[in-house]
Design a protein around this ligand. Structure first.
Ligand code: UDP
Ligand code: MG
Length: 316
C-alpha cells in the first residue's frame, strides 16, 4: 500500500533564524514514515528567509517555496498553502519553533479516527501572561458566539483532511477561525493537546491589535457562516422591524395632530424619528436584496460541501 501523504504548510514572515532547525525537525519526524511535502509560504520576508528556504528547496525535492512580493498576512499565506497542498492530510504550523513537529503524527492519527479537522490545544502555553489572558477571553467569546467547543482557536498547529482546506477560503484574519468555518459547514472538528515551546528566535508578528481586529473577523465569520446564502434573512429582519416601528410612530403623530389637534411642530422630533426609521428600513431591505443578488451570482464562500457515495466510487 502506498504511504499516505502529508502536506506541511508553513507560513513564514521573517523567521530566518528558526528555519534551519524547523526544517530539520520536520523532516526527521516524517522521513520514512510518511510520504510528505513541505509547503513554505514566504509572506514577504525581508530577512533572508526566502533565500534560505529557496536553497533548501534546491537540495530537497520535498520542499516547495512560494514567495509573496510583500507581506499579506498569515491568512493569505495559509490560503495559498492550502491551494498548493496535495497531501491526503494537511498540517499547518508556525515557523517560529513554538509548535512541535513531533506532534504531527498524533494529529494525523486523530484525523484517521474520523475527524476532518484537529486543532492543536496549547494546554500549557509558553507565552507571557500579557498574551495568555487576553487569549483566554478571546477563546471564551469565540466559543460562546460560535458554539464550536474547542479551547484554543488560535493555535498554529492544526491538521485537516485535504477536502477541508479546499473548501475553505480564508483571508484577512480568518486563519484563527478555520475550526468555526469548517464546523459550520458540517465538517467534524475536534482538538488535541499539543506541546508548546517558548519563542527561541525573533519576535511575535502580531501586537495587541490582534484581539481588536479579531472581533471584526469573528463578526465576518459569523455572518458568512450563517447568511451567505440568505442575506435577506438577516437584513430583512432589521429592515422590516425598522419599517414597521417607523410607520407606527408616524401614524401616532398623525393621530396627535388630527385626533387631538396638536400642531405638527409640537411633535417634530417624533415625526423625524419615524421618517428616519422608515428610510433605514427601506435601506436594510434593499441591502438584503443586493446581498441576494450577489449570493445568486456567485457560489464562492457559500459552496455546499458534499460527498457522493456510489458503488463504483466505493470499490477501489
Ligand atoms: N506570519 C506570517 N505573516 C504575518 C505574520 C505572521 O506568515 O504577517 C507567520 C509567522 O512567521 C509565524 C506564524 O505566522 O510562522 C505565527 O506568527 P507569530 O509567531 O508571530 O504569532 P504568535 O505566536 O505570536 O501568535
Ligand atoms: Mg509564535
Amino acid at each position: 500500500m502506498p504511504l499516505e501523504k502529508i502536506s506541511v504548510v508553513i507560513p513564514v514572515y521573517n523567521e530566518v533564524e528558526s528555519l534551519p532547525e524547523l526544517l530539520q525537525e520536520v523532516t526527521t519526524v516524517l522521513e520514512g514514515k510518511f510520504d510528505y511535502e513541505i509547503q513554505i509560504i514566504d509572506d514577504g520576508s525581508t530577512d533572508g528567509s526566502f533565500e534560505f528556504a529557496k536553497k533548501k528547496a534546491g537540495e530537497n525535492e520535498r520542499i516547495e517555496v512560494t514567495r509573496f512580493l510583500r507581506n499579506y498576512g498569515k491568512s493569505a499565506a495559509l490560503s495559498v498553502g492550502f491551494r498548493r497542498a496535495s497531501g491526503d492530510y494537511v498540517v499547518t504550523m508556525d515557523a517560529d519553533l513554538q509548535d512541535d513537529p513531533s506532534e504531527i503524527p498524533g494529529l494525523v492519527e486523530e484525523l484517521k479516527k474520523g475527524y476532518d479537522l484537529v486543532s492543536g490545544w496549547k494546554k500549557e502555553r509558553k507565552d507571557p501572561a500579557s498574551k495568555r489572558l487576553p487569549s483566554r477571553l478571546f477563546n471564551f467569546t469565540t466559543r460562546l458566539l460560535t458554539g464550536i467547543q474547542i479551547h484554543d482557536f488560535n493555535c498554529g498547529l492544526k491538521a485537516y483532511r485535504n477536502s477541508v482546506v479546499k473548501a475553505l477560503d480564508i483571508y484577512g484574519g480568518m486563519h484563527r477561525y478555520t475550526p468555526v468555518l469548517a464546523g459550520k459547514r458540517g465538517f467534524r472538528v475536534t482538538e488535541k493537546p499539543v506541546n508548546h515551546r517558548p519563542r527561541k528566535y525573533g519576535v511575535t508578528k502580531f501586537g495587541r491589535e490582534r484581539y481588536f481586529r479579531g472581533m471584526f473577523d469573528l463578526l465576518t465569520v459569523l455572518f458568512l457562516s450563517r447568511y451567505t446564502r440568505r442575506p435577506l434573512h438577516l437584513f430583512g429582519v432589521f429592515g422590516l422591524l425598522s419599517l414597521v416601528i417607523g410607520t407606527l410612530v408616524n401614524f401616532w403623530v398623525l393621530y396627535l395632530k388630527y385626533g387631538l389637534g396638536d400642531p405638527f411642530r409640537m411633535h417634530m422630533a417624533l415625526l423625524v424619528f419615524g421618517v428616519l426609521l422608515i428610510i433605514l428600513g427601506v435601506q436594510f431591505i434593499s441591502m438584503g436584496l443586493l446581498g441576494e443578488m450577489i449570493a445568486q451570482s456567485s457560489t464562492r464562500g457559500g459552496e455546499i460541501v458534499q460527498e457522493t457515495v456510489s458503488k463504483s466510487s466505493r470499490s477501489s
